[in-house]
Design a protein around this ligand. Structure first.
Ligand SMILES: [Zn+2]
Length: 411
């Protein structure tokens, strides 16, 4: 299926590009790296190899952060795999069905920011599809505070400007400056590194919904596999929707680096002042250095817009793939030859992934006991754009994947 999707997705994107030229502005092509909509023409870039590698690395981490369960499976235990030997009867029709389904939901719903009617509608459509093939389905509502996740970008810019003024004024004002910057660092770490919802209550509450379908095995279940995607779509990243697109990773890196460096130096200054009672000799240099850093930090305020993107590749296509997996096994069961002997299959689609993996966490909380009772493996798919970028990541705890296998040998 993945092989079929490779070429198919590109066609899909082209179709969306055509739709953009004809249709309303919101019918926009989704690819984060090749973005175009009806109102503005954004250039398409081939990202330099190093930036590509960097983005892939970030994305591998991103996938590995998925907190759905403690396990993400690596099909070959760390070795390179060959999809041709997977033994699943996959053909072009199935890939076409997958793409057609994705197109259908996109046409009906459009962009699907968490909490929007469109997002709920897409969840309903996914559940309806799962109901055709699964023994049972469920939709599970939970509350979420979508705006809290990326707010730290805006807070970075605002706290940096405030700290900059305080640093230039100097003296005891270095204490609130260091405090403001540290608050931004803590906020970003809780949201983006640890995915905690510490500050969520400060933001508007919305309703989100996960959906799932279950196919029971013929014998008693001894393990379960969850195949999943997410149906909410991300905000439009303005850093990607501009002529500066190819500098995306560099701009973010420089912004975050400038902020972190300023935070560390302000804390050092404040510490030295506390101990010695005097400002360090490099205080003036720091102020001018911080002013230069503002060039990189302040634009972070405009990192994303309020608009959502259609989210075809990120990540409706994965929901379609999970549903097609359910279709294969569900149909076999209906035909009287259940392929599942002792393995329960769960096809799931999460909400609120783009606002900090909240949907997967809600799912894990609701099904924690089941996953504790039964060995559970998760195959979570995200941003399936092209085969040459396909990687399998195994989460081993902490921030890093112990193995991220790039599948490039498949013909
Ligand atoms: Zn995603």
């Amino acid at each position: 299926m993945l092989m079929g999707l490779d070429s198919g997705l590109r066609r899909n994107d082209v179709d969306w590009q055509r739709a953009c030229k004809r249709g309303p502005a919101r019918a926009a092509m989704d690819s984060r790296f090749r973005w175009k909509d009806g109102r503005k023409r954004f250039r398409t870039y081939r990202l330099p190899t190093k930036i590509k590698a960097c983005l892939r690395g970030f994305h591998a981490l991103y996938i590995c952060h998925y907190k759905c369960t403690n396990n993400c499976i690596t099909p070959t235990g760390g070795r390179r795999m060959d999809i041709r030997n997977m033994g699943v009867g996959v053909n072009g029709t199935l890939a076409k069905d997958t793409l057609d389904w994705t197109r259908k939901v996109l046409s009906a719903c459009g962009p699907r920011l968490t909490g929007s009617e469109a997002c709920t509608k897409s969840a309903r459509m996914i559940q309806e599809d799962l109901a055709l093939h699964c023994d049972s389905t469920a939709s599970e509502e939970f509350t979420v505070h979508p705006a809290s996740f990326l707010f730290f970008m805006k807070f970075f810019a605002l706290s940096y400007l405030a700290a900059l003024v305080l640093v230039f004024l100097g003296g005891v004002l270095i204490y609130p400056a260091a405090l403001a910057l540290t608050a931004g660092t803590v906020l970003s770490l809780t949201q983006f590194v640890f995915y905690r919802n510490l500050f969520d209550p400060l933001f508007k509450r919305k309703k989100a919904v996960n959906v799932m379908g279950v196919i029971e095995p013929s014998g008693p279940p001894r393990r379960q596999i969850i195949v999943s995607g997410h149906h909410d779509s991300p905000h439009e990243f303005l850093f990607l929707a501009s002529r500066w697109q190819k500098w995306y990773a560099l701009r973010i890196t420089l912004g975050v680096f400038s902020y972190t460096a300023a935070n560390a130096l302000c804390l050092s200054w404040a510490g030295l002042r506390l101990v010695t009672g005097a400002d360090p000799s490099w205080a003036g240099a720091l102020a001018w250095g911080a002013l230069a850093g503002a060039v990189f930090v302040v634009p972070l305020y405009f990192f994303h817009s309020k608009r959502g993107v259609p989210g075809a590749g990120d990540n409706l296509i994965a929901c379609a793939m999970a549903a097609r997996v359910a279709q294969i096994f569900g149909q076999a069961k209906k035909d009287g030859k259940n392929l599942l002997k002792n393995t329960r299959l769960v096809a799931a689609s999460f909400d609120a992934e783009e606002c900090g993996l909240r949907g997967a966490r809600a799912f894990a909380q609701m099904h924690g006991q089941e996953m504790a009772d039964l060995p559970t493996f998760v195959l979570n798919m995200d941003s399936i754009y092209s085969l040459d970028q396909l990687k399998f990541c195994k989460r081993s705890g902490g921030l890093y994947a112990s193995s991220a296998i790039q599948v490039t040998s498949v013909g």
